[in-house]
Structures are given as C-alpha cells and as structure tokens.
Write a protein that binds this ligand. Structure first.
Ligand code: PHE
Ligand code: CO
Length: 290
C-alpha cells in the first residue's frame, strides 16, 4: 500500500454497526499489519475455565448440527481444557493446508483483514469474553475466532475459498464494493448452512460458536433457509445483534468455490442495479429448505 490506510497506528479501528462503542482490544501492542503476540500470560485460571466450559458446551451439540468436516477438525485445536497456543495450532494447520493462525488485539480494519487472508493468515482475537458474557458477546473473541473459524481451515477447498475471499476483498476495496462482499462473508463464512445426505448442517463460524443459534439455524421453523445464489447473497441485508432471519444453503464447498471464482467486477455492477433484499424475505420462485 502506498499510503497508511489500514495500517495500525496504535488506536482502535473504526467499525460498523455498533454506534460509538470502540473495540475493546489494546491496539498499541499491534504491529503495522495489526498482528500482535498472543499474550498468553494475560489468561487467568478463570479465563481457561471459561474457555473449557464454552468448548464443552459447544462440542456436545455438534453431532447432527455441524458439518462433518468441522467435527472432524475440532480436535486439531488441541486440548480443550485451556485456551490453545496459536503457534501450536498453526503448526498443524500449516501442514494441512498452508494456513496459519495469527494473533490480533480484536477487530481490525477491512483492508488489513483482507491482506492477512490473502496471505493465508487467519487473524484470531487473543482475549476471551468475561464469564458474564458466557452466552452472548457482540465482538468476536478468541472462542468465536478460534473454535468457530479455524477447524474448517483444515479443509483444503474451504481453505482456498478463504484465501480467494481475501484477494477478492483487496479488489473490492478498490472498487468500493466492500459492503456487497461483506454480505457474502456473512452468509457463508459466518452463517452458512450446507446440505448433506443426512440433512442440513452448519458450517458458518457465527453459528458454530453460538450455543443457541446452532440448533436454531438447523432445526427452527422460524428462519428462512434459501438455496445459495451469489447475487442473491450480495443483495441481502443482515442483522448483527440477533439470530439470522435467513440462512443460505450450499450443496458443497466445491459449489461455493466455483460460484465465487468468476471476476466480481461486472457482478458488483449488476447487483448494484438490483433492489436490496431484506433479511427474512423469500423472493418469488425461490426454493427454501425446511
Ligand atoms: N472472484 C472474486 C473476485 O473476482 C474473488 C472472490 C473469491 C471473492 C471468493 C470472494 C470469494 O472478486
Ligand atoms: Co467470525
């Protein structure tokens, strides 16, 4: 980058949505690319215990609700009793798919985020929620980032998708299309469902790290579950502070990768010309899953 846009200057980045509240991380300890050392000494015995309880509650819910690729890889995070050392996870991840886990102080600006993904580095917030946030936290913490996102990075196709997303993000920044691309991320990486021979399963990290939404997304009759369509996702608004009103269903990670491979430059123009779709809406002729 020729200017300093998106480079850490020791202050919290501006984020969308949540009014005036600043991200809670300490950005003074981050490098220009926003990565930092995982401050392992900061974790108290209570933090490790909170992590252990979050992990245990989530793992017992996975069968029948999470996709097999996720379930198979959760053990790669290491012993569930303590917050993992990111370096140890990276060692296994590099061997599997060439990805690494890097530590960050919290949410980071979009361009810095895209640049890390494009380099096959997944930023994980190093602090953990407080016990009183056990059931719900707005900002991503180490449990969401690590438990929710990292297992699928062990899957080769999904790993390639995430890198392509990062490269696509750098391009979208230049095209002023980050909002459209963010919707794709939201409805796949964070809240995606996948159809399997034994029924719908979750692969999105926002679902997989949530105690309540995991069952809700797969089994509740409330939300709409709609077949994945690239343009449809880019048009659809989302809520960040409640269960999703719509989930989008892919048939396979290969389908997701193939559907997102084309150059988005003309697609952004097409989508901008179409009306925005509200979360929870079903369009005429659209197929839904129950
Ligand atoms: N093909 C997209 C583009 O040209 C890049 C991309 C791939 C974006 C995968 C998201 C996910 O911008
Ligand atoms: Co996330």
């Amino acid at each position: 980058m020729s200017d300093d846009k998106g480079r850490n200057r020791g202050v919290a980045p501006v984020t969308y949505g949540e009014g005036t509240r600043l991200p809670r991380g300490d950005y003074a300890r981050a490098r220009p690319d926003y990565t930092c050392e995982q401050d392992y000494a900061q974790y108290s015995a209570a933090d490790h215990d909170t992590y252990r309880r979050l992990h245990a509650r989530q793992v017992q819910q996975l069968p029948g609700l999470a996709c097999e690729e996720f379930i198979a890889a959760v053990a790669q995070l290491g012993a569930p009793e303590r917050i993992p050392h990111f370096d140890a996870v990276s060692e296994r991840l590099i061997k599997a798919t060439g990805w690494q886990v890097v530590s960050v102080p919290g949410l980071i600006p979009e361009e810095a985020f895209f640049a890390l993904l494009a380099a096959r580095k997944f930023p994980v917030t190093d602090w953990l929620r407080k016990p009183e946030e056990f059931d719900y936290i707005v900002e991503p913490d180490v449990f969401h980032d690590l438990f929710g996102h990292v297992p699928l990075l062990f899957n080769p196709v999904f790993a390639d998708y995430m890198q392509a997303y990062g490269a696509g993000g750098l391009k979208a920044s230049r095209l002023d299309a980050c909002e459209l691309l963010a919707r794709l991320y939201w409805y796949t990486v964070e809240f995606g469902l996948i159809a399997t021979p034994t029924g719908l399963r979750a692969y999105g990290a926002g679902i997989l790290s949530s105690s309540g939404e995991l069952r809700h997304s797969v089994t509740s009759t409330e939300p709409k579950r709609i077949a994945f369509g690239l343009r449809r996702l880019m048009r659809t608004q989302y809520k960040i502070d409640s269960y999703q009103a719509s989930y989008f269903v892919i048939q396979s990670f290969d389908e997701l990768f193939a559907a997102t491979a084309p150059d988005f430059t003309p697609i952004y123009l097409e989508v901008r010309a179409l009306p925005v779709v509200e979360a929870g809406a079903v369009l005429p002729g659209e197929r839904t899953f129950s």
